[in-house]
Design a binder for this molecule. Structure first.
Ligand code: HEM
Ligand code: HEM
Length: 203
């Protein structure tokens, strides 16, 4: 597997970063939506700290991912993709990137404006990024939650589009975001069938 992106595939590093971020978002969303209901005590504090540490990790991975994208480039759209669909996909990807930055930063603002300390997995102390402020705290809390639901909506549409490409357009959009050979595309199946016919293997 090549590490760098090519014209027709995402390389290993882009794939690893994409799917690691997806898994971390699922985990952090579950923790975020359930941690408020925990009984007060050390477990609750530890769970909030875990949520924040995973969130900071996502922020770091998003920075890495964007830097790698600028360096390694992106594959060309799957052949035959209409121009409007290409524009919409690109708009969606930039909206997802924007949220991958804005959500953890708003969480950091929630934390700093409440005057809480912030540590990354108990290993690194991170500074406050805003002054203590009740109004800002409340606004950031709302923004954090609202942007999360927007991400959930856009990510669901984005995943739906990936499956649509795979199932109905039968192109390699989804397969090229996965290791080679994990997913057969309709194009490959059609090519195999016509090769069989050409070589007299068709029944
Ligand atoms: C991509 C990263 C993140 C996602 C997807 C995420 C998601 C969420 C969700 C779904 C909630 C529950 C919202 C609610 O129902 O009220 C929440 C709450 C919270 N998050 Fe995050 N979060 C992320 C990163 C962070 C970071 C980096 C921090 C802090 C450094 C943070 C701090 C908080 C805090 C303090 C709350 C509780 C807010 C409240 O009490 O209403 N989050 N987060
Ligand atoms: C939280 C969830 C997700 C986020 C934040 C996310 C984010 C992104 C972003 C930002 C890109 C653009 C990459 C770039 O141009 O640099 C991308 C590409 C892609 N994502 Fe996701 N994604 C998520 C979930 C999923 C899921 C669940 C699937 C499939 C089931 C998926 C399939 C793909 C595919 C196939 C591409 C490549 C599209 C292409 O080559 O044009 N993503 N994703």
């Amino acid at each position: 597997m090549t590490l760098k992106n090519t014209d027709d595939r995402w390389g290993g590093l882009s794939q690893l970063l994409h799917w690691t971020i997806v898994v971390l978002i699922l985990v952090i969303a579950y923790i975020g939506l359930t941690m408020g209901d925990l009984p007060n005590g050390p477990d609750k504090i530890r769970t909030y700290a875990l949520h924040k540490s995973i969130g900071i990790t996502i922020l770091g991975l998003a920075v890495l991912r964007l830097l790698w994208r600028f360096y390694a480039g992106t594959p060309k759209p799957a052949p035959g993709t209409p121009h409007l669909q290409e524009r919409l996909a690109s708009l969606m990807h930039w909206a997802l990137y924007a949220l991958l930055f804005a959500i953890p930063i708003s969480g950091w603002v929630v934390n700093s404006s409440a005057g809480f300390p912030l540590q990354w997995f108990g290993l690194v102390n991170l500074p406050a990024i805003v002054e203590r402020s009740r109004e800002l705290h409340e606004a950031a809390e709302e923004a954090h939650e609202l942007m999360f639901w927007l991400l959930a909506l856009l990510a669901a549409a984005h995943a739906g589009a990936a499956f649509y490409h795979h199932i109905f357009q039968r192109d390699a959009t989804l397969a090229r975001m996965l290791p080679k050979g994990w997913l057969r595309t309709g194009e490959a199946v059609l090519a195999d069938t016509s090769n069989d016919k050409d070589s007299g293997h068709a029944a």
